[in-house]
Design a protein around this ligand. Structure first.
Ligand code: TH1
Length: 825
């Protein structure tokens, strides 16, 4: 194959003058305005497309190189992506910020002023979506041929506001001003069916091949965003599907008889599929529309993958050699049945060969252990919505259970446990089981998580097929979460290490280890942290009205609100500090700012009430002149990737206090440690690996480990006994119960107290004493400034392992078996 003919390719100039000329021309011809009359959005969009065009050039060369090499591709299927803002990233990746600064200055605008129009696409809930974005960044940086597939939700994760301290959700109309970073590709649209009936194929003696006649069809229209690699020419893409009414999806007959509005109603229904992201993190919500979303993503993406495969290949024998599909949790797992359907029903491949291809194509990443996050779908819903897929699931399960019976003759108990179908009043399909059965490799996201998966949730599968199980510990991109978020620290690191090589080889941060012993370096390190805190303080004041002291210990807990993450435990500590100050106002206390950030799922009432309590405690603390001298509590609303980039560089203490065995990995823990925050944490998820690397002396460990937590639960956990045995704990709980945070009304937060003393599902009370004592150790450590700084430097120096580049290398070596393709300049 020859590359695209050069004369058809336009190359952007590579100088300040070219950039300036393109900027003016884009303002004039794209926005139809002039420098004199341009608005803020005009300026932003013009800059965005001018920067973007530098990437288009690389993308065209990447596509040509991939076409020529016909390599094995990684296809990442994910219902969620949290990409973060694009402008700064693309300025960095195209190395154009050095031009934009002076040009903007000449024009009397600041980059910061334009950036307010750079809306982050909030197409995810939390860690799972952000991980997908970090992995795509690292794949491009490592020149791995890859495409990310997702849904272009019209409304992303809701915007969080507070009214009287309560969370109020507002829709996130993220494309209101248009999205300059995406390219619609209507030519690559796909048709997706739902409902209908299946018919036997009379020519097929096995009965395994059938014909599906959908009752409804919807069109999927793709657009893509560019995913550039750092320090390389590779630009991959993420392809997002939006649902549109197909001509078949509304009733033309109705137009004929004047039922125009009713006919248009069908259009609305079809387009609802990609209307909104489900705002639930780590919980399963068995709603029909969500299953429709999942199948919509899968059906569009698989057809697109096959289309791409056929550009350079024919026949099916080689499919699994050219295509590897990574399933991001169970959300896209219906893909296993869809590929079978496409191969068997539509392309006439025999069942056994199709199954071999399918199994070799897919791999599955599990991100949780929480039972409520393990998706199951009612058989009856699948039979109605995806009748052919349900038949295929039965057939897959039939052959699978034959294998189980052969391995364990006479053991019907293991058959029942492992079956893809969960029997009971309402029969359900276990998506995680389907994923394991249909994949080559299954992985957990941190060592403990993988171990627990193999011992508990997927124990039978790990026993039957040990070779399928892998661990790939999560990572984060150092470009966004160190270089972009923390430019001051990045400069200091680069000065100390001599060059910027650490940005793509993060283990080089080890070189800072010796600098930790240099007092001048430590002073510079502290200075950076302080400046970051000054900046954060200004932002916090703007958004909450509360003044915070940049010299106070910045104690941050930023993550989704969930009982297992235990914001309630942090709050008990805050209230304990309040009670201590009240009891002895004259004593000396280490000044602290406690910063919370995070959303609760709109239907998660217990967590919404906890958010209200955090705000109520903040109110009491910040307005009490005695307490506020030592302590401030702030909760800026609408925590997202953009805000994370502000908060993380300013943090001194990172709260990672989930009940051991519940947080699969965590990735905020990595971002904070990488930015020199010390962790106070349990032996959970990736905390364990962080502690192993930074050293036990540089990590504040407390609480039960996973076996201890499991043992306590087995022995019959009674939160009340902990409450009664600990004076400070009793006082903290009683303070909430007294109505002190509700102007004396004891009823408002009574459910919080009841949850603590009643079930305390995640055993916060059992870990309270260890936690509060550990916080005292933290405060003590903070007073030794030099020692604290040394610990902070060592955290950064020793967190190189947590680069998502390492994560992607491990996926490549263990699971994907793909090689890079270099793109020449
Ligand atoms: C998160 C995990 O809770 C977190 O520990 C992990 O670091 C992250 O994934 C990345 O691996 C999960 N998010 C979700 C979201 C949904 C369902 C399950 C999980 S697990 C909707």
């Amino acid at each position: 194959m020859t590359e695209a003919r050069p004369r058809l390719r336009r190359t952007v100039g590579d100088s300040l003058e070219d950039f300036e000329r393109d900027l003016i021309s884009n303002l004039y011809y794209q926005r139809g305005t002039t420098i004199e009359s341009a608005s803020g959005p005009d300026g932003y969009h013009t800059l965005a497309v001018t920067v973007r065009d530098r990437l288009v050039d690389r993308y065209a060369r990447t596509a040509a190189a991939h076409y020529a090499a016909n390599p094995r591709f990684v296809y990442y299927l994910s219902a969620e992506y949290l990409l973060g803002r694009q402008l700064r990233q693309n300025l960095l990746y195209t190395d154009t910020e050095r031009w934009v600064r002076p040009i903007a200055e000449d024009l009397g605008v600041s980059l910061e002023a334009l950036e307010v129009y750079d809306v982050e696409p909030g197409l995810g809930n939390g860690g799972l979506g952000r991980l997908a974005a970090c992995l795509l960044d690292s794949m491009a940086t490592l020149d791995i041929p890859a495409v990310g597939y997702g849904i272009r939700y019209e409304f992303g994760i809701f915007k969080q506001t507070f009214r009287d301290g309560q969370q109020v959700e507002r829709p996130d109309d993220w494309t209101f001003y248009g999205n300059p970073w995406e390219f619609p590709a209507p030519d690559d649209r796909q048709l997706v069916g739902f409902y209908g009936t299946t018919k036997a194929d009379p020519k097929d003696p096995t009965g395994l091949k059938k014909h599906w006649v959908p009752g409804e069809t919807v069109r999927g229209e793709p657009s893509h965003m560019l995913v550039p690699g750092y320090g390389t020419q590779t630009v991959n893409i993420i392809r997002l599907w939006q649902a549109r009414a197909s001509r078949e999806s509304f009733d033309l007959a109705r137009f004929g008889v004047g039922q125009y509005v009713e006919a248009v109603d069908d259009i609305v229904k079809a387009e609802n599929i990609s209307k909104v992201l489900y705002p639930d993190d780590s919980t399963e919500l068995g709603r029909e529309l969500r299953l429709k979303q999942q199948y919509f993503l899968v059906a569009c993406s698989l057809r697109d993958i096959i289309r791409r495969y056929r550009l350079r290949n024919s026949g099916w024998e080689g499919f699994a050699d050219k295509v590897v599909i990574q399933l991001n949790d169970t959300h896209p797992v219906v893909a296993v049945t869809e590929l079978m359907r496409l191969l068997v029903d539509e392309h006439g491949v025999g069942w056994d060969e199709a199954w071999s291809i399918t199994r070799r194509t897919f791999n599955y990443t599990c991100h949780t252990l929480l039972p409520e996050a393990l998706e199951t779908w009612p058989v009856r819903l699948l039979e109605r919505l995806l009748p052919r897929h349900m038949e295929i699931i039965y057939a897959i399960n039939h052959f699978f259970l034959e294998e189980v019976r052969a391995a364990y003759p006479g053991d019907e108990d293991v058959v029942r446990r492992m079956s893809v179908i969960q029997e009971g009043d309402e029969r359900r399909v276990r998506m995680a089981h389907l994923a394991v059965v249909g994949s080559t490799a299954v992985n957990g996201v941190a060592e403990l998580h993988t171990k627990l998966l193999a011992e508990t949730t997927l124990h039978d599968f790990a026993t039957l097929w040990p070779e399928r199980f892998h661990n790939v510990t999560n990572g984060v991109t150092p470009r966004r979460f160190l270089r972009m978020a923390n430019p001051r620290l990045s400069t200091l690191i680069t000065e100390s290490l001599g060059d910027e090589g650490w940005l793509t080889d993060l283990e080089r941060l080890h070189g800072l280890g010796t600098a930790a012993d240099d007092p001048a370096f430590r002073a510079a390190w502290r200075d950076v942290k302080r400046q970051n805190k000054v900046e954060l303080a200004a932002a916090v004041e703007r958004s909450t009205g509360v003044l915070i002291d940049p010299d106070a210990l910045a104690d941050v807990m930023i993550k989704r609100f969930h009982e297992y993450k235990r914001q309630q435990l942090k709050l008990l500590h805050v209230i304990t500090m309040v009670n201590r100050i009240r009891a002895d106002p004259q004593a000396t206390y280490v000044p602290r700012t406690v910063l919370f950030g995070g959303k609760a799922a709109p239907g998660y009432h217990a967590m919404k009430l906890l958010i209200q309590l955090v705000n109520a405690v903040a109110d009491v603390v910040n307005t009490d002149p005695v307490i506020a001298r030592h302590l401030r509590v702030v909760f800026p609303p609408d925590y997202n990737v953009t805000k994370a980039q502000f908060v993380i560089p300013a943090a001194d203490l990172s709260e990672q206090i989930s009940l051991a065995g519940k947080e699969a990995s965590g990735t905020g823990n990595m971002k904070l440690a990488l930015n020199g925050a010390l962790t106070i944490g349990t032996l959970d998820g990736a905390n364990i690996e962080i502690r192993d690397r930074v050293g036990a002396d540089n990590f504040f460990l407390f609480g039960m480990d996973a076996p201890a937590a499991a043992a306590l639960r087995r022995s019959g956990y009674s939160p009340r006994s902990f409450y009664e045995a600990d004076f400070e704990l009793r006082l903290a709980v009683d303070t909430i119960a007294s109505g002190a945070f509700a102007k004396g009304d004891r009823s408002v937060f009574a459910p919080v107290v009841d949850a603590m003393l009643g079930r305390d599902e995640y055993m916060a009370l059992a870990d309270y004493r260890a936690y509060v004592d550990c916080q005292d150790t933290v405060a003590e450590a903070w007073t030794d400034t030099e020692r604290w700084t040394r610990m902070s430097v060592l955290n950064t120096a020793r967190c190189g392992f947590f680069s998502s580049d390492r994560t992607v290398r491990e996926y490549c070596a263990q699971i994907w078996k793909v090689d890079p393709v270099r793109v020449s300049p």
